[in-house]
Design a protein around this ligand. Structure first.
Ligand SMILES: Nc1nc2c(c(=O)[nH]1)N[C@H]1C(S)=C(S)[C@@H](COP(=O)(O)OP(=O)(O)OC[C@H]3O[C@@H](n4cnc5c(N)ncnc54)[C@H](O)[C@@H]3O)O[C@H]1N2
Ligand code: MOO
Ligand code: MG
Length: 426
């Protein structure tokens, strides 16, 4: 079945290599935020805001007590001392959610609870445990033996948030804090960007369904499920298509259908130079554009990205780790941009390598690693384990990608390198 190849002239072997940065910018320059929808606040967690929300009232919008105690007028207590107690008349109680019946007059105090509205006329709150209430039935009195400072234990109007301040910027991912703010300002419905619907297709004669028994020469399709998880992590809605064998026409018809129906298509397998690697032919001779088909990175050097009617086709490598890394570098930022995210590109930090890195490469490497802090509080990083593009186990174990620049020597331990954190740590 195998046919002779002319490596010197066959374009399949002579692809134009571009840097990771160039490849990322070719993709990102073509991605734009998708449609907008209105959803109930309770469903907004993890979504990206499509409109800016500002405070329409100050917070707090009424002067609130920070303590359980008594609201007083500081001037009344100016002369109070250990030997010179001042007596105030307790006129009423203000629980949370209620308001005093009238403003506080000289010589008066009001029993107040944490969070309740401080009555007009009061300018300080004294903690319950710093007071003694005395007086007889029907005449409650408070004896105080020290002065208070005006403003003690109360939250003036607008002290936390002024009216008109930015609460949630357009493009911001809605997390716990954003949820609370949206609720505070009465946003029962939230305007967000649509989640991109992403079709996932694995190609390969060797692939078996997850439920199928193993056979010699065959493996179960694991990449589709890994990619579905990555799509979810990036805010998209994954749709798993049944895997197809390495047949150009079969793959092409499934992909062309999926390109019509979904916002993006991610394939895995068949991007290299093997006889049955159909994605090269497919993306070279299709009605869409080819953005690139070779990136100076490892794993994932044959990663290919095309564009059809503005929609991306990400043809990732079949090797599990190359597939994983290809997704992180290109698909995740693209899906985030489609959701209007402001900073979709992978976030980098620097850490010191804990062990030497000896593999030499003319390509930038993204090695699966684990980061930690040393006794001085500095970030350190070490390899997660097997660093091969066909390995899957280290995808489970890694919490970052270590970015190793092209090297022609050993990188000694202690070298500072960039790392890309992958997810919340376990
Ligand atoms: N002569 C050369 N061979 C290879 C080169 C090269 O430059 N010259 N590049 C290597 C590199 S780098 C990579 S990466 C791989 C890319 O492979 P493909 O994208 O063409 O993927 P396949 O050939 O279809 O499969 C590779 C590997 O991955 C397994 N696989 C595929 N799909 C799945 C799946 N859905 N779930 C789990 N595992 C999957 C497949 O069985 C193979 O083992 O090419 C190198 N070769
Ligand atoms: O570039 Mo391949 O992706 O080594 O694994
Ligand atoms: Mg191949």
């Amino acid at each position: 079945m195998t046919k002779p190849n002319n490596y010197a002239t066959d374009p399949k072997f002579n692809r134009t290599i571009i840097s990771v940065q160039e490849a990322q910018s070719r993709v990102m320059s073509r991605m734009k935020a998708g449609g907008v929808e209105f959803i109930p606040l309770e469903e907004a967690y993890g979504r990206h805001a499509a409109a800016t929300v500002r405070s329409d009232v100050p917070v707090p919008h009424f002067c609130r007590s920070m303590m359980d105690g008594y609201a007083v007028r500081a001037a009344d207590l100016a002369s109070a001392g250990l030997e010179k107690p001042v007596r105030l008349r307790v006129t009423e109680e203000v629980a949370c959610g209620t308001v005093a019946s009238r403003s506080l007059r000289p010589g008066e105090a009001v029993r107040i609870m944490t969070g309740a509205q401080v009555p007009e006329g009061a300018d300080a709150v004294i903690k319950l445990e710093e007071t003694t209430e005395c007086g007889s039935a029907g005449k409650r009195e408070l004896e105080l033996r020290q002065p208070v400072t005006e403003g003690d234990n109360l939250l003036p109007v607008g002290v936390e948030i002024e009216q008109g301040e930015l609460m949630v910027g357009s493009g911001r991912r809605i997390g716990a804090g954003e949820m609370a703010l949206l609720a505070m300002f009465g946003c029962a419905t939230v305007q967000v960007h649509r989640r991109p619907r992403v079709a996932i297709l694995s190609t390969g004669h060797e692939l078996l369904d997850v439920s199928a028994p193993l056979e010699p020469g065959k493996i179960r399709n694991s990449n589709s499920f890994m990619l579905a998880a990555q799509v979810r992590e990036a805010g998209g809605i994954p749709h798993l298509l049944p895997h197809v064998p390495d047949e150009l026409e079969r793959a092409k018809s499934v992909i062309m259908e999926a390109m019509k129906e979904f916002d993006a298509v991610v394939t895995t397998g068949g991007v290299s130079v093997g006889d049955y690697d159909v994605m090269y032919d497919l993306t070279n001779n299709w009605s869409g554009e080819l953005l690139f088909n070779k990136v100076a990175m490892r794993p994932g050097s044959p990663t290919t990205v095309g564009l059809l009617h503005g929609k991306p086709l990400f043809a990732l490598s079949g090797n599990p780790s190359a597939c994983y890394v290809g997704f992180e570098m290109f698909v995740r930022p693209a899906l985030l941009r489609m959701q209007g995210a402001h900073e979709p590109n992978p976030h980098r930090m620097t850490a010191a390598l804990m062990e030497p890195f000896a593999k030499q490469d003319r390509f930038e490497r993204f090695v699966r690693g684990n980061y930690a802090t040393d006794e001085n509080g500095n970030l350190t990083v070490r390899l997660a384990g097997i660093d091969m593009s066909n390995a899957t186990i280290t995808i489970r174990d890694a919490d970052c990608l270590i970015c190793i620049p092209p090297t022609n020597g050993v990188m000694p331990a202690g070298t500072r390198v960039d790392i890309i954190p992958l997810r919340l740590r376990r």
